[in-house]
Write a protein that binds this ligand. Structure first.
Ligand code: TRP
Ligand code: ZN
Length: 896
């Protein structure tokens, strides 16, 4: 069928489902080349659906071949229903009845990886957001919640493991060497949480005793032979279960909690009830195959999916516009978990960096949307940094505004009111408001307004009255979202946000001053959460003995751009003394940013590095030394040594000049390496670790700093760099160190480059996730032949365009993390991306669409680059039969 569903769906058009499903019995029988799915649905008219006239029953269905359809046992005549435009419509149905359908599907041909599909070791499902309709006819929307029983049948030798949601209740064998298993999920759920698996897998098993004493079987299923890479994921499951009990009082509610790892998967992982399906990337880890960051990501993704069991599954979304209800909240929860089990400061810094790298540009680009958009064409395009990461910031602000205790009461109330329901973002905010007593009406603007607000802060110190005044103005940039809404006749009002601005004031010694606001009788601590509600506000502090340096937006208390005229001296002061880890880091970033942007301007005229101030080099020298004093934190220093990314710097410019940005950043790195060679070398040697590998704690922090030093030292002249990096590579005892060497050598035009890349590939070519790393370092190399290398690698045996991880590691890394080459002035990077999109769209539109997003900021470049980008965007956009995924993203990019 070539039907394209390119129409826009609006939140305002939401209506309750006309029919509800109480029970579903599925029978999925997998054969060579096809599967037969029988569904028995217990349907009844929805009493809350408004219209009393008998509405037709409309079910979703995509790429299904209908073999049989019956109501209450009677087969329907062919004129009693229609199946067109991906909808099955039955005009006349009773008040309540049993609908039986039998369909034929072809999972082996399912390259979209949505619905039931084949991967190397068997058959897997992915139903969020709208994949269940690719398995059987169903009202595939999250506000229809039913109890599921599922029988899976397949060949016993080829697919010995048969799984579905809930508890196993029966199993057996049938003719032809086949077997079957029946699973029953005691909880009603929306179809997007359905999962089943038929595969050949190894299993690691353990158990967890909940605090009320129930025994939960925990299992991790992986490709045969990979059991030695499962221990960390299993530990992460148990840590997550304990944490959710301790922090939120939430227990696991099933007897079985299973994770299945699959190598072909569009996203990170999926929270299907009791049967999470994971990208192998977030399960498999061994010290020699996974980096410290991989280990941390596994913790976070396992926690995320586990936490969804309450925030997503027990309480789910009424419709897909409410996606942030479960995603923002669950990301917030996995972030809190990350801060508790790893370093709070480092974790938060990484989140802020990530938000500004991905979400701020999204807000400033053609796909801008609030965390709850008012419309979409393709829901898969809205699993975005805005819905996830900004969504988490919105929850974090509620937490900051009402405090941890009220937030916990709000969560309790939310579950008390809505357990087992499909609800809206309003319902969540209402629970928080009722539990805290704080009026959150104005706060809800965060759900409806797109764009990153700017806080323009000014300060005034009056030595006579000893008063210090902070003035704060909220400024809203125009967004593409408002334009789109206005075109749709849904103009968006804009108003000031309610947000927490956490501040402290530092004196010359770097100490925090006691803070007493005008009208208060005594100082209340040295850090205050100021509540902003108005477009302009002033805060006056009393008894301030001398001009302080303000530490503003501590902990990144709101997702805004902070505009305050810091001097370089003040930034150096904060960099040295601010007790808030985020702001200490941020001061260094601001300093580096202003130096680099000055450098960009100078480089655009002439090439020299006289723009690098000696004071900055000294600040970095002190920063490095601070890792070695008692109480020093190498992990935090490693973060602070990372200069702002090329992409972030580009966002700060009117017109992005990727070549000058690259040159300035490289010049600063080389300058620091030369000026600080001795302390960098000393640090590198002092931080060597002799202990047995552990991905966590002090050891990982030291490794991060040591590898950051190596990165700088690799910027020295090529001969020295080659020697140093080669010896690091040879001595590496874990993948973290190996990758530090590999990414450094990938940037060097030296003989050892090929030797190291080749030996790495030869050693790891059978370990898919390690091959991904090999592709990625080559895709992000700064060497001049990188674009040609990426094209060539697409033809390498290691590459497979059908595998999302491969596409993400090679193509998306190139387009998203190599601005110098992707935005090459001759248009070669854009052409490469467009070719990939054209090839990928018919196979896997979700993945094609993620490549398309790399063009979001094309209008921020010069006219030559824009012309090249437009040509490629148009070329793809006008391709016949384009998916709704690509047509939405490209159409918005082109302004259609
Ligand atoms: N709900 C999943 C998560 O956040 C996201 C997800 C997994 C997804 N697979 C998907 C979303 C496929 C869209 C399509 O954990
Ligand atoms: Zn999620």
């Amino acid at each position: 069928m070539t039907y394209a569903k390119h129409s826009t769906i609006y939140l305002k058009d939401y209506t309750a489902p006309a029919y509800l499903i109480d029970k579903v019995a599925l029978d999925i029988s997998i054969h060579a080349g096809f599967a037969q799915v029988t569904a028995r649905l217990e349907v009844r008219r929805n009493p809350a659906a408004g219209s009393s006239a008998a509405a037709p029953l409309v079910l979703n269905g995509e790429e299904l071949t209908l073999e049989r359809i019956a109501i209450d046992g009677a087969v329907l005549a062919s004129d009693a229903y229609t199946y067109a435009d991906e909808r099955l419509t039955i005009a006349a149905v009773p008040q309540s009845f049993v609908l039986e359908t039998c369909v034929h599907i072809e999972p082996d041909k399912n390259t979209q990886l949505s619905g039931l599909y084949r991967s190397a070791d068997g058959y897997f499902t992915q139903c969020e957001a709208e994949g269940f309709r690719r398995i059987t006819f169903y009202p595939d929307r999250p506000d229809v919640m039913a109890k599921f029983v599922c029988t899976v049948r397949a060949d016993k030798t080829q697919f010995p493991v048969l799984l579905a949601n809930g508890n196993p209740i029966a199993q057996g064998e049938e003719e032809g060497g086949r077997h079957w298993a029946t699973w029953e999920d005691p909880f009603a759920k929306p179809a997007y949480l359905f999962a089943c698996v038929a595969a050949k897998l190894d299993m690691l098993e353990d158990h967890y005793i909940t605090r009320s004493g129930r025994r939960v079987r925990c299992a991790v299923y992986v490709e045969p032979g990979k059991l030695d890479q499962c221990a960390h994921a299993m530990a992460a499951i148990k840590k997550s279960m304990k944490w959710d009990e301790d922090v939120f009082g939430l227990e696991m509610d099933l007897d079985h909690y299973m994770i299945v790892a699959v190598g072909d998967f569009n996203m990170g992982a999926m929270e299907n009830k009791g049967l999470n399906i994971f990208n192998t990337k977030y399960v498999l880890a061994r010290p020699d195959t996974a980096t410290d960051t991989d280990y941390q990501n596994i913790d976070r993704v396992v926690a995320h999916e586990y936490f969804h069991n309450w925030t997503g599954n027990r309480v789910t979304c009424r419709d897909w516009f409410q996606l942030s209800l479960k995603e923002g909240l669950t990301v917030f929860r996995d972030q809190q978990f990350g801060m508790d089990v790893h370093s709070a400061g480092v974790t938060r810094i990484q989140e802020v960096r990530g938000l500004r790298a991905a979400q701020f540009p999204e807000d400033a680009g053609p796909m801008a949307h609030p965390i709850r958009p008012a419309s979409y064409a393709e829901i898969n395009n809205f699993y975005t940094a805005t819905v996830y990461e900004k969504g988490a910031e919105i929850i974090r602000m509620i937490h900051t505004l009402i405090g941890a205790q009220a937030f916990r009461r709000g969560m309790d109330l939310y579950f008390q009111r809505h357990d087992g329901q499909a609800v809206t973002c309003e319902d969540f905010v209402a629970a928080m408001q009722d539990a805290s007593g704080m009026d959150l009406t104005q706060f809800k603007r965060w759900y409806n307004q797109a764009g990153t607000p700017k806080l323009v802060v000014s300060s005034r110190y009056d030595s006579a009255s000893k008063r210090y005044t902070l003035g704060v103005e909220q400024v809203f940039p125009a967004t593409a979202y408002e334009d789109r809404m206005a075109n749709d006749g849904l103009p968006q009002a804009r108003g000031p946000y309610h947000l927490p601005l956490v501040v402290s004031l530092l004196n010359e010694q770097g100490q925090e001053l006691p803070l007493r606001l005008v009208g208060e009788s005594a100082a209340q601590g040295t850090q205050r959460t100021l509540q902003l509600r108005e477009a302009r506000q002033e805060f006056v502090f009393e008894d301030i003995a001398s001009q302080p340096v303000p530490s503003l937006l501590r902990g990144f208390s709101a997702p805004v751009v902070l505009d305050y005229p810091y001097s370089e001296q003040e930034l150096t002061h904060l960099m040295a003394f601010d007790a808030d880890a985020v702001n200490r880091w941020e001061a260094g970033q601001r300093l580096a940013c202003s130096i680099l942007l000055r450098g960009v301007e100078i480089i655009q005229k002439a090439s020299n590095d006289e723009w690098i101030p000696a004071g900055y080099v000294e600040a970095i020298r002190h920063l490095l030394a601070s890792a070695f004093v008692p109480g020093g934190d190498p992990a935090l220093v490693a973060e602070a040594l990372q200069l702002p990314s090329e992409t972030y710097l580009g966002e700060q410019m009117e017109v992005i000049d990727p070549d000058a940005i690259h040159a300035a950043r490289l010049a600063l790195r080389q300058h620091l390496a030369r000026a600080l060679r001795q302390p960098l070398e000393e640090a590198y040697h002092n931080l060597a670790c002799a202990e047995a590998y552990s991905p966590e704690g002090e050891q990982a922090g030291k490794r991060a700093l040591r590898n950051a030093c190596l990165g700088y030292l690799a910027e020295l002249d090529a001969k020295d760099a080659e020697e140093m990096v080669s010896s690091h590579f040879e001595q590496a005892g874990n993948m973290t160190d190996t990758m530090a060497a590999l990414s450094a050598i990938a940037n060097l035009d030296v003989p050892a480059r090929h030797v190291i890349l080749d030996s790495f590939y030869a050693k790891w070519k059978h370990e898919a996730l390690v091959v991904d790393k090999w592709l990625q370092v080559q895709a992000t190399s700064r060497l001049p032949h990188t674009t040609a290398d990426v094209s060539a690698l697409m033809g390498h045996e290691a590459f497979d365009i059908r595998n999302p991880n491969k596409v993400y590691s090679l193509v998306r890394a190139f387009c998203g993390a190599n601005p110098k080459h992707f935005h090459a002035a001759d248009g070669s990077g854009y052409r490469l991306a467009a070719n990939v999109m054209l090839q990928l769209d018919p196979l896997n539109p979700q993945v094609a669409s993620r490549i398309a997003r790399c063009f979001d900021r094309w209008k921020k470049f010069d006219a030559t680059r824009q012309a090249h980008a437009r040509e490629q965007l148009e070329r793809v956009y006008h391709q016949a039969g384009l998916s709704s995924d690509l047509s939405e993203v490209l159409g918005k990019a082109l302004g259609y």
